[in-house]
Design a protein around this ligand. Structure first.
Ligand code: KG4
Ligand code: ZN
Length: 328
């Protein structure tokens, strides 16, 4: 089965082709327009998707050496995400599906982040997965495909959102996550101890206190101090965020007794988090799966693989498939 995956939930227009063995193409058109605003402007995002989606899908088919006739099903993100952005991808996929008589498969974006781990190797069930993106942070226990229990989620900001808001306070370009990561690699993580909320119990997360603490710290110290110690501050912030993520992940592994652990979502590209997760996997003797860098942040390869898995299970949708903005 060959699947065309389409993703347009936020600010990346993406298309990919997967044939069950290999990712034949993985095209991402990023929207630079948001950089000047320091965050995503939903109206501009949907307009940009509309502009680029045809070319992106064409490019994905060309690069895969395929044409629409070679495609067995069209998989598309149906949520969660920005409604206007989701509608562009969903309507495009429906049109393609209807005109070419190809089955349609709706994909949950957060499921797709997790199943990005299945592109190169298949983790054994049951496993625990830490999904950390710009919009969501969740810790899930998965005992069989598409069956998961949410152990914990964030009470306020998502981990990626915390990175981005802190980046903005520090005067870094949007998105702050990768910028802070770069700076942190040159700094001292013990320079300042930012708060680590809810470390001692449970699986829930909270990052808004850390953001507020950084805001007060930078106001108190002044701009010059912050710029002079930018690398150390970024390293200390990254240390605090990743400490919390790893402690909760460790607690989940110990509690559930799983032998496989997965990271997923944009923040799983973070170098400090990846290192700490590797250390954790040695300490607990569990197998660690982290998507390749290009499959961490938003992409359509993860939509195509998840579509493939659903197609194998005979799970298809019809033209009634609806977009949803919030987590299902
Ligand atoms: O999964 P994703 O691409 O989009 C959503 O579904 O939200 O995640 C984007 C988030 C952004 O908040 C971005 O700053 C963060 O992932 N991110 C990172 C890194 N790369 C991307 N955060 C920390 N370190 C990184 N290297
Ligand atoms: Zn995402």
């Amino acid at each position: 089965m060959t699947i065309l995956g389409i993703e347009s939930s936020c600010d990346e227009t993406a298309a990919a082709v997967y044939d069950g063995k290999k990712m034949l193409s993985n095209i991402i058109a990023s929207q630079a327009v948001h950089k000047t605003f320091g965050g995503i402007v939903p109206e501009l995002a949907s307009r940009a998707h509309h502009k680029t989606i045809t070319g992106t899908v064409e490019q994905a088919l060309n690069e895969a050496g395929s044409c629409i006739d070679d495609i067995d099903a069209v998989a598309v993100t149906s949520g969660p995400g920005l409604m206007g952005s989701l509608l562009v991808g969903l309507c495009f996929a429906k049109g393609l599906s209807l005109a070419n008589k190809k089955p349609l498969i709706g994909i949950d974006h957060m499921d797709a982040h997790m199943y990005a781990n299945f592109i190169d190797e298949e983790p054994d069930y049951p496993f625990v997965c830490l999904i950390v993106s710009g919009g969501h942070t969740r810790l899930v226990y998965v005992d069989e495909p598409f069956q998961h229990t949410i152990l914990g989620k964030t009470r306020d900001d998502a981990a990626g959102e915390a990175f981005d808001k802190i980046g903005k306070i520090l005067g870094l370009p949007y998105p702050g996550g990768p910028e802070i990561d770069q700076c942190a690699q040159k700094g001292n993580p013990e320079f300042y101890e930012f708060p680590r909320s809810m470390m001692n119990k449970g699986f829930e997360f909270s990052f808004s206190g850390l953001k507020t603490s950084l805001l007060y710290y930078s106001k108190e110290k002044g701009e010059q101090f912050v710029q002079e110690h930018l690398y150390d501050i970024c390293a200390s912030v990254s240390e605090a965020i990743t400490d919390v993520l790893i402690v909760k992940l460790e607690r989940a592994v110990v509690k559930t007794g799983v032998t496989s652990v997965l990271l997923a979502g944009g923040v799983s590209a973070n170098s400090m988090l990846r290192k700490k997760a590797e250390h954790l996997s040695h300490k607990l003797n569990v197998k660690l799966f982290i998507p390749k860098m290009e499959y961490c942040t938003d992409n359509a390869a993860m939509i195509a693989i998840t579509g493939y898995m659903k197609a194998q299970r005979g799970e298809f949708d019809d033209m009634g498939l609806k977009p949803y903005a919030k987590l299902n």
